[in-house]
Design a protein around this ligand. Structure first.
Ligand code: FAD
Length: 320
């Protein structure tokens, strides 16, 4: 094999959206090479995951049973062993918290160049050209690496997911995990404040910024989120003030989100905030300042006081 090996990601019994996107990106790169796309799923309910990952465009799904959740040592060993066995041109990983945890270790073990946070990639002949953002998304850089053997980590939300199911061959990989080299054990998950909410998975986000003025006013925006069946997120000052938990923060030092609709309320549109939400399909901004930078990227803008606009919107949506 000399195609693409993508490593799927799951958490608490569910495949994450980026797994689908890895298939989308992996198929594109495999097509550039004219080679196969293999996907591997490690730990958890691998048989069930393998059925879901058997999408159109996937040639083989490899399953590796070991533990329930992500474990750095296990993922590193397994990816290393699969890559040694299959010798793929590209090892494709998600640029997620887990991916960033073990991707560099995989690249080091395989002695391959590593390109992180990739938003676009293609292979032409011997060269893999990847686009990645830098300096808080102020600039895009183009990186060229020798395509012969690379590890590429893709940013979530940048590739369309594979949708149609296919009939990939499912193979149970015969990999002996060296337990003496497994130095960590996942003992459980503890949610930080904010419960199970993952703003990265939300289809509609209502996001609140410093324009809300006071903590008790957050309730107003929460009401709008409820009326829209949306999830509440925030800019950094709201989180820094302790008004909402950290897992609600959108931006460079928070989460990157790609919802269908993002409603920015009293958010100026600082570059560090925009870095985390500019991938939203439709952006609506409510701000009293017509020169606020958020309007440069908004599809719909309302230049008005949020304390007038938000109650009016709640009234509209509660009626409908
Ligand atoms: P402001 O910039 O103060 O904007 C408030 C907006 O509300 C203004 O545009 C104002 O016109 C409007 N407004 C005021 N009153 C009303 C009203 N009544 N009705 C309607 N509009 C009103 N920020 C993030 O968000 N996420 C990050 O991850 C992040 N990471 C950072 C990392 C670094 C290294 C640094 C240096 C900064 C980071 N920041 C981040 C902070 C960022 O630079 C901005 O300070 C922040 O995004 C501003 O938040 P804001 O838009 O809520 O507040």
């Amino acid at each position: 094999m000399s195609g693409v090996l993508a490593i799927a990601e799951h958490r608490r019994g569910e495949l994450r959206d980026v797994s689908d996107e890895l298939i989308g990106a992996g198929r594109e790169l495999a097509d550039d090479l004219g080679e196969e796309l293999h996907v591997a799923v490690i730990s958890g309910q691998v048989e069930e995951f393998a059925r879901t990952l058997s999408r159109e465009g996937v040639d083989v799904v490899h399953t590796v049973t070991d533990g329930a959740e992500f474990n750095h040592d296990v993922y590193t060993q397994v990816t290393d062993a699969l890559a040694a066995e299959l010798d793929p041109t590209v090892v494709l990983l998600p640029n997620s918290v887990n991916g960033l945890d073990y991707g560099p270790a995989v690249a080091a073990r395989l002695d391959r160049p590593l390109v992180t946070d990739v938003i676009d990639a293609e292979i032409d002949g011997d060269t893999l050209t990847a686009t990645r953002e830098m300096y808080g998304s102020k600039v895009e850089t183009t990186v060229e690496v020798d395509a012969e053997r690379t590890v590429v980590m893709i940013r979530g939300g940048e590739w369309p997911g594979a949708s149609a199911s296919g009939d990939a061959e499912v193979r149970e990989a015969e990999i002996e995990i060296d337990e003496s080299a497994v130095h960590t054990t996942v003992t459980g998950f503890e949610e930080v404040g904010g419960g199970d909410v993952d703003i990265g998975d939300a289809e509609v986000l209502v996001s609140v910024g410093r324009g809300i003025e006071e903590e008790e006013n957050i309730e107003l925006v929460e009401e709008l989120a409820d009326a829209l069946d949306a999830t509440l997120s925030a800019s950094r000052p709201i989180v820094d003030s302790g008004w909402l938990p950290k897992n609600r923060q959108v931006g460079q030092s928070g989460k990157t989100v790609t919802p269908e609709v993002y409603i920015a309320i009293g958010i100026s549109g600082a570059v560090q905030h925009v870095a985390g939400m500019k991938g939203a399909e439709t952006i609506v901004a409510i701000n009293t300042d017509p020169d606020a930078p958020i309007f440069d990227i908004a599809d719909y803008g309302i230049v008005d006081d949020l304390f007038d606009v938000v109650p009016a919107l709640i009234g509209e949506f509660e009626e409908s």
